[in-house]
Ligand binder design. Structure first.
Ligand code: ARG
Ligand code: MN
Ligand code: MN
Ligand code: MN
Length: 312
């Protein structure tokens, strides 16, 4: 099977340096070799870690409260093109971030390709401690990694091309085809957005109540069978015990096994078209550096499960 790889060394959607080093750390720990040699994928585009330096302007003052708006818009636009090119060829697409703002590009790319190739709307499974559905106006931080879902669903809109105005209807996803898993740190304004738009969300409360097995059944039932799925996995969905090296850790998260299970179920549908792994930040490690190593290992496990590793 063919796999398009987009390694994104980009951190401009938030303020902590280091998340741009994640693709190299994941690759150096052997992830892509394993996908090729053990899972049998034929890799495309895996030789380069993209830094998009020429898309980052020297001066990038806030716009509508967004930080680094021109850089994030330009970089995600290029990612959308890269992901689209892979998906158009019928390849599954793996994107290694980078912070979660890059999902503006990845989902925009698959949404367009799935429309053109299959005449279908892509569904998005967003695994995260956070909902990342702030609009520029509701965001308290101004960090675009807290806003990707609002731009992708059209809840946030902008005409100016240099501030995400390049996003068109072909790049957007329906709020009805969006499912969250793992939420536990959702801003008050985001809760209102989720409620008013009837967006399906399984919080840690739901996982404790029903178990991850039942939650995945319900999540996939909501999407409907035979629907192409884009899985966007923020490593901070995992409990900091397994993934401490991330910019916005929140206690009370998924075990690594639960995270792997989510990915195995997504793979088992046979409908996965793209997988993102984001927010691994190897520089945010505890004194002895064990945290970074553990987080990279957890990230590799998540990706391998999404691409079919642990099913017999
Ligand atoms: N809700 C907060 C914000 O808007 C945190 C977002 C964290 N997002 C993430 N991709 N880690 O800034
Ligand atoms: Mn998060
Ligand atoms: Mn996120
Ligand atoms: Mn398989």
């Amino acid at each position: 099977e063919d796999l398009g790889v987009v390694a994104v060394g980009f951190s401009g959607g938030q303020c902590k340096p280091g998340v741009d080093a994640a693709p190299s750390a994941l690759i150096e720990s052997g992830l892509l070799t394993q996908l090729r040699d053990e899972l049998g994928y034929k890799l495309h585009g895996h030789d380069t870690v993209h830094l998009y330096a020429d898309s980052v302007p020297a001066s990038d003052p806030p716009y509508r409260g967004m930080k680094n708006p021109r850089a994030v818009s330009a970089v995600t636009r290029r990612i959308a093109g890269q992901v689209y090119e892979h998906a158009r060829e019928g390849r599954m697409v793996l994107t290694l971030g980078g912070d979660h703002s890059i999902a503006i590009g990845t989902v925009a790319g698959t949404a367009r390709a799935v429309r053109e190739r299959l005449g279908r709307e892509v569904a998005v499974v967003w695994v995260d401690a956070h909902a990342d559905i702030n609009t520029p106006e509701t965001s308290g931080s101004g960090n675009v990694h807290g806003m990707p879902v609002s731009f992708l669903t059209g809840l946030a809109r902008e005409d100016k091309e240099e501030f995400f105005g390049w996003l068109g209807d072909e790049n957007r996803v329906s709020v009805r085809k969006l499912v969250y898993i793992g939420l536990r740190d959702v801003d008050a304004a985001e809760k209102r957005i989720l409620r008013e738009n009837g967006i399906k969300a399984f919080s840690m409360f739901d996982i404790d109540r029903h178990g991850i097995g039942r939650v995945m059944e319900m999540a996939l039932a909501h999407i409907g069978s035979d629907t192409p799925i884009h899985l966007s996995f923020d490593v901070d969905a995992l409990d900091p015990m397994w993934a401490p090296s991330t910019g916005t850790p929140v206690r009370g998260g998924l075990t690594l096994r639960e995270g792997d299970y989510i990915c195995e179920c997504a793979h088992q549908t046979g409908s996965l078209v793209a997988v993102d792994l984001v927010e691994v930040n190897p520089s945010l490690a505890s004194a002895n550096d064990v945290g970074a190593h553990e987080t990279v290992r957890a990230g590799c496990s998540i990706v391998r499960c999404a691409l079919g590793e642990s099913l017999l």
